[in-house]
Ligand binder design. Structure first.
Ligand code: URA
Length: 435
């Protein structure tokens, strides 16, 4: 078999078989297939797509490209959640501790920022000392002792996804249904969860812009997970505007901390309760979604989710004093508001533009391996969200920048992200749940 022929077949829209897909994945992980051929192959998939069978083969090849975890010696039933990517999506930081504090172990393998979408690991890295490069032994020990662990792709677990994820980010091949489905599901399968709740996002700030595409992605991932023996639920939620107020790594950690203290933006809190309820339901801890929401709300309001977050951060080497006093988290030197150009109702905050603004500020990567500035980002005002009534000159958001130049460039970009109307618009949080 030759890689060039496999690329050519995909370029010409042919269906690859299991052997060809395995050949590529094994060769790429072993360093025998170079990045340029992998990039060409990803672009061919991006343009030509894959059948559900090819996507399943790809997921399996990626999931088994390294070790896979069997966690049953440390916990009888492990639940995981995964977002398909979005702007301001810090859900894991709140939902993980909530669910774990209710006695349901959460073992999670997360990703880094991808294109305009943030990544949980980059957010957690803004906590001084925090590390996510855990060995399998460390992952298991923490799952047993703390009940919550968030790790990145290692060379041990799903290494193919680690390599492909970083490559796709810098060759404009992120928004591909088979590549997203296989990336997410391979991580989930390798990390050994028994049940997976997928948080599929739709809208300008998501990789799937239409409800139809998001539904196809959700169905495909549910199908792959079930085929591989996992219990699956998928929620499809709105990502036309950023989730909550903050987009940017440390800024999102600060918002998650506020939410764990029972405050935080209403849309974000509601979303966390929905996801947590599904995780509690699928693991059998809750009898129905309402029961799950009630349990999750109690964990937020009585401080047990916050206590679990502290325990989790400490276990992964993070400086707990920095989360107890978020003033000690990284802060950008320059902060300026974007003011409403006129009075009216906010009709649109283009989440993709917000995501790109964060990347341009230095909060995301322009090239593979670029360092991230944890401090920069955007924080929407309460009346900077869709549906809010705003007076001319009122701040819609604040940009946190490392330099004045990058800050003013972001303000210009973000001015175009807003649309106003005479009538309020209320976007739904969750479009549907597939149980
Ligand atoms: N999240 C992932 O883990 N992978 C993708 O490709 C997109 C979102």
């Amino acid at each position: 078999m030759r890689m060039v022929d496999i690329i050519a077949r995909k370029r010409d829209g042919e269906e690859l078989n299991r052997d060809e897909i395995e050949y590529f994945i094994k060769g790429y992980v072993a360093g025998e297939v170079p990045d340029y051929q992998a990039a060409a192959w990803c672009m061919a998939v991006f343009c030509r797509g894959m059948t559900p069978e090819e996507t399943t083969h790809l997921t399996e090849a990626m999931a088994f490209s390294g070790a896979t975890l069997d966690l049953h010696d440390v916990a009888p039933f492990i639940v995981d959640k995964h977002s398909s990517g979005g702007v301001g999506d810090k859900t894991t930081l709140v939902v993980g501790p909530m669910v774990a504090s209710l006695g349901v172990p959460v073992g999670k393998m997360s990703g880094r920022g991808l294109s305009f979408s943030g990544g949980t690991l980059d957010k957690l890295d803004s906590i001084p000392g925090f590390h996510s490069d855990l060995s399998i032994e460390q992952f298991k020990r923490q799952l047993r002792d703390v009940g919550l662990v968030v790790a990145g792709q290692t060379h041990e677990l799903a290494p193919a996804d680690g390599k492909l994820y970083a490559l796709r980010d810098v060759i404009a091949a992120v928004q591909s249904l088979p590549l997203i489905a296989s990336s997410i599901m391979s991580k989930k399968i390798a990390a050994g969860a028994d049940a997976i709740v997928l948080d599929v996002k739709v809208g300008r700030g998501a990789f799937m812009e239409t409800l139809e595409e998001a539904t196809r992605l959700a169905e495909l991932m549910v199908q792959i997970g079930r085929r591989l023996g996992r219990k699956m639920t998928a929620l499809i939620g709105d990502m036309s505007q950023p989730l909550g107020y903050a987009a940017g790594n440390a800024l999102e950690v600060i918002e998650a901390i506020s939410t764990l203290h029972g405050h935080g933006p209403a849309d974000f809190r509601e979303h966390c309760l929905d996801v947590a309820a599904e995780m509690l339901l699928i693991s059998g801890a809750a009898a129905d979604p309402e029961h799950g929401r009630g349990m999750a709300a109690t964990a937020l309001d009585n401080g047990s989710a916050w206590a679990k977050f502290q325990q989790f951060v400490a276990a992964q080497g993070g400086d707990v004093t920095a989360i107890e006093d978020p003033d000690r988290l990284p802060h950008a030197p320059f902060v300026e508001p974007l003011r409403a150009p006129r009075a009216g109702y906010v009709a649109q905050v283009d989440a993709r533009e917000v995501g790109h603004a964060v990347v341009d500020l230095g909060g995301g990567r322009a090239a593979k391996g670029d360092p991230i500035d944890p401090a920069v980002g955007v924080v929407l005002a309460e009346h900077g969200k869709v549906g809010a009534q705003v007076e001319a000159g009122e701040p819609l958001l604040w940009v946190h920048g490392r330099t004045r130049e990058s800050l003013y460039a972001a303000l210009t970009r973000l001015a175009d992200a807003y649309r106003f109307s005479a009538d309020p618009v209320a976007p739904p949080l969750v479009y549907q749940v597939m149980r």
